[in-house]
Design a protein around this ligand. Structure first.
Ligand code: GAP
Length: 412
């Protein structure tokens, strides 16, 4: 399979099975926009939930915000985006990629930007979080949300979008502690990659050289990934210094410094920023997980998704649809497994092989089949079911308690 072929297959599977649809498709689409379908939205939520858990909730030094997308345009003047958030057009002129819209009506109308990064709403809430919760340095603020960029050439499916989602942290530290924090978040990004099923070996760090970094950054590492269309940025880790807080302090004439109660030292904290695009993460996951193999003389397609993020955790099915006793038992088994996780699918359509293939294609780790032995046709097998593993197609005969344990373990 060549790489372009792989890309086509991923795009086609994503559409066919309800992961990602082209935006505004009925009307010929809108370039740089995509919609997440029923399975895609769950995959996205699973990724975001895991990120929130690892980057915010499992830690004592992290706080959340959910800031407005529309902000006073002075925010983007102070942050330097009005001046520098631009890409060159073909004729050499610079084009600012922030979207503009207007608020208010009549005489009151004024122009605002759609935020180009969620970070803006983090820096501008620094003081609010300090005043409300009095966190001790170092601490960070995490946010997930939409950002908008009028990219000159949106392309490569959900890689370069005009409307995207970001998962961002601004971690505030003493100026002298920035390197240590930078290294900690660098490790954290690898832990997250591993948790969502992107192997460490698939990530390549690029130390962004002087002159190529964003205007606010003294050091940036791009975490690149081998997409089917080439090695490109997946995530970024930046040392933004005190650039943003200082700029906002000056432009808003507000004190944005931190007072160390012990040393009585007052200073503007420096920020380390791990920034992860959700859409690029989804594309990297789909690329890493897409597999084809030969099974029973047929080419089979499956997604080797990590159980933690797979949209469906298991599928339960009765061997035959027209046997009420099998159906009743299978319903009972499904209800039991749903107590462990709600995402347990039901499928009684077509033959069992076809049902397995359908689940393989959407990355369901386990399929559970209820047959006559479950009901006691072979007495020593009574109460046992077949557990089929997605990646190998192997099947095991297990008690329901053992299946439940497998499911629990897989999702840890
Ligand atoms: N706050 C820092 C910041 O926004 P960035 O490198 O411009 O830095 C961060 O963007 C991340 O957002 C990228 O690493 C990528 O994952 C994602 N991203 C940026 N532009 C994107 C676009 N046009 N489409 C999809 N994702 C994008």
């Amino acid at each position: 399979m060549n790489d372009l072929n792989l890309m086509e297959k991923i795009v086609s599977l994503a559409k066919r099975r309800g992961f990602v649809f082209p935006g505004s498709e009925l009307y010929g689409g809108l370039s740089g926009t995509f919609d997440y379908g029923p399975l895609g939205v769950i995959l996205k939520e699973n990724i975001e939930r895991l990120w929130l858990q690892m980057f915010r909730d499992d830690r004592d030094d992290m706080y959340g915000v959910d800031a407005a997308i529309l902000m006073n345009p002075k925010v983007w003047e102070a942050s330097g985006h009005v001046k520098t958030f631009a890409d060159p057009l073909a004729d050499g002129k610079m084009f600012n990629t922030m979207f503009k819209t207007s608020v208010g009506a009549g005489e009151e109308v004024s122009m605002v930007y759609l935020r180009p990064e969620t970070a803006g709403g983090i820096f501008t809430n620094f003081k609010n979080v300090v005043d409300a919760l009095h966190p001790k340095l170092p601490f960070g603020i995490a946010q997930i949300g939409k950002a908008f960029r009028n990219e000159i050439a949106p392309r490569d499916f959900i890689f370069r979008l005009r409307e995207l989602s970001q998962m961002e942290v601004e971690y505030f530290v003493q100026p002298a502690a920035w390197e240590q924090a930078f290294e900690e978040w660098r490790k954290m990004m690898y832990l997250f990659a591993e948790a969502i099923g992107i192997p460490k070996s698939a990530i390549h760090e690029l130390e962004v050289p002087d002159g190529d970094r964003a205007h606010y950054s003294k050091r940036t590492i791009d975490f690149e990934f081998d997409y089917p269309f080439g090695r490109k940025e997946l995530w970024g880790l930046a040392y933004r210094t005190d650039f943003d807080l200082s700029a906002h302090a000056e432009a808003s004439s507000t004190e944005l410094s931190y007072l160390d109660e012990e040393t009585k030292e007052k200073f503007i904290p420096h920020a380390i920023e791990p920034s992860l695009g959700v859409d690029r993460t989804i594309l990297a996951i789909l690329t890493s997980a897409y597999r084809e193999d030969q099974m029973r003389d047929e080419t089979r397609t499956y997604l080797a998704l990590a159980p933690k993020i797979a949209p469906v955790k298991a599928m339960v099915s009765p061997l035959l649809k027209n046997k009420p006793e099998l159906v009743a038992k299978a319903r009972e088994v499904r209800a039991e497994l749903k107590k462990i996780h709600p995402a347990i699918a039901w499928d009684d359509n077509g033959n069992i092989g076809k049902r397995y293939r359908r689940q393989d294609e959407i990355g369901t780790p386990f399929c559970i089949t209820i047959d006559f032995d479950t009901l006691g046709e072979t007495p020593e097998l009574k109460g046992t079911v077949t557990l089929r593993h997605r990646d190998t197609g192997e099947q095991e005969r297990l008690t329901l308690a053992e299946v439940a344990e497998r499911l629990r373990t897989a999702m840890q």
